[in-house]
Design a protein around this ligand. Structure first.
Ligand code: XLS
Ligand code: NI
Ligand code: NI
Length: 439
């Protein structure tokens, strides 16, 4: 078979001095950081939909990029196979070991679900064939339960029981394919699981039904040998005005309320966290302290725009603080899925490679710098010292639960007034981060 990206070689690591646009400057797969290879710290994944599907269409204009990959007609099984060929050639050339997919990224959806499912069987056989002799696998799969008009009122949260059944059918099939392709995880992103107006919405009913669909998915997944994690991918809005999985804290509360917290973790997307009014690091921290950080959708938004722009991550600050959380979490059981797309104006095959080189180099730098921050130790030490008043005396009694409100009130009476609690030293700490980043 002829190469699709014929003028593009396997991307080598050339180091920070290189000016070759088709080389890594920081991502050196075998370099060991804190006792583990970069490639183990950073299980990168290609998002099938953006890399092989998105061709630049926006609300105001048509495709700018050619993603037919040599197929004579788009939206055919011939095109679906061409995407598989392109995807595997791409992953091999950039050195990526995982991919993520929605069912409808893999094949064109037919009117009849039975036909779509046959197509999924066929394409997954082909993907399996392509996987042979490589170490490429699925990171996670998911069902697209937001594009088809039938999901206009939601999937698990739909008012229509028939639509709920179609959501269930898609989840079942997407789980089958995920397991078949060796997937580590299975994602629920509830793009339509929310509301436009409370005037027509029974929130409690809808949330109970979403939880029911998730329980059914867990039961089925475990019955076919899926041992990985299920993930919720929180997002506050877009396309719905209000989505139920608003942010990590909300999604974790939901999972606990409905008894799903043993099987589910978070898939945190940078741009979703910022849409929720948080930093990326915030949603990662909320997930890690709850033992629920599973996987990451690696992208970044634009502070000037209020939607999910899905840009390739280039902020080394953000990537560093992300990797700081990931390292403290002892890594991820999932991986780093580039849920990112080229800008509409970056419309060539080379741009696809430049984008992944940028994303992978950004996270490699983030990893190097996060490890340096941890080894530097000043941040950790500062935080430990900041809470030192709880190590002894009355503080220790508060922590161990060996006190009463009366005793604390008597303690306060006797003091009269406490000392101020100590400077937070934010500017100093920010300068430590800069020093570590740029030295
Ligand atoms: C959309 C989401 C979506 C999920 C998978 O905003 O990021 O792409 O990752 O359905
Ligand atoms: Ni997104
Ligand atoms: Ni995503």
């Amino acid at each position: 078979m002829s190469e699709i990206f014929a003028n593009i070689p396997v991307i080598p690591y050339e180091g920070p001095a290189s000016k070759n646009p088709l080389a890594f400057k920081y991502y050196d797969a075998d370099r060991v950081i804190l006792g583990k290879k970069m490639s183990e710290h950073l299980p990168f994944a290609m998002a099938w939909w953006h890399n092989l599907g998105a061709a630049g269409t926006d609300m105001f204009g048509r495709d700018t990029a050619d993603k037919s990959f040599g197929a004579s007609e788009k939206g055919t099984m011939e095109h679906a196979r061409a995407k598989v060929d392109a995807g595997f050639e791409f992953m091999k050339k950039v050195g990526i070991k995982y991919f993520c997919f929605h069912d409808v990224d893999l094949v064109p959806e037919a009117d009849d679900i039975k036909v779509t499912n046959q197509r999924l069987d066929e394409i997954s056989d082909y993907i399996l064939e392509k996987m042979q002799g490589t170490d490429i696998k699925c990171l996670w799969g998911t069902a697209n339960m937001f594009g088809n008009p039938r999901f206009m009122n939601g999937a698990g949260s739909s008012n229509s029981a028939d639509v709920f059944c179609f959501a269930a059918a898609q989840v079942k099939k997407a789980l089958d394919i995920t397991v078949k392709l060796g997937g580590r995880g299975y994602v629920f992103w509830g793009g339509r699981e929310g509301y436009e107006t409370l005037l027509n919405t029974d929130v409690k009913f809808e949330q109970e039904n979403i939880a029911r669909l998730m329980h059914l998915a867990v039961d089925y997944g475990r019955s076919i040998g899926f041992t990985g994690d299920f993930y919720i991918e929180p997002k506050p809005k877009e396309p719905m005005k209000h989505q139920y999985d608003f942010d990590a804290a909300t999604a974790i509360g939901f999972l606990r309320q409905y008894g799903l917290d043993k099987d589910f973790k978070m898939n945190i997307e940078a741009n979703h966290a910022t849409l929720a009014g948080h930093t990326f690091q915030h949603d990662l921290r909320i997930s890690t302290i709850n033992g629920m950080l599973g996987s990451i959708d690696a992208n970044q938004g634009d502070t000037l725009l209020g939607w999910d722009t899905d840009e390739f991550p280039w902020s080394v600050y953000e990537a560093t603080m992300c990797m700081y959380e990931v390292l403290k979490n002892g890594g991820l059981t999932g991986g780093f899925n580039f849920d990112s797309k080229n800008r509409r104006t970056s419309n060539t095959y080379e741009d696809m490679f430049h984008a992944y080189i940028l994303g992978m180099d950004t996270f490699a730098l983030g990893l190097i710098k996060a490890a340096a921050l941890i080894e530097d130790g000043r941040l950790d030490q500062f935080v430990a010292d900041r809470y030192a008043s709880y190590k002894t005396g009355i503080g220790a009694k508060i922590r161990s639960g060996e006190t009463t409100l009366e005793e604390l009130a008597a303690y306060a009476d006797q003091l009269g007034a406490p000392d101020l609690p100590g400077s937070g030293r934010q500017e100093y700490l920010e300068s430590v981060v800069n020093q570590v980043l740029f030295s």
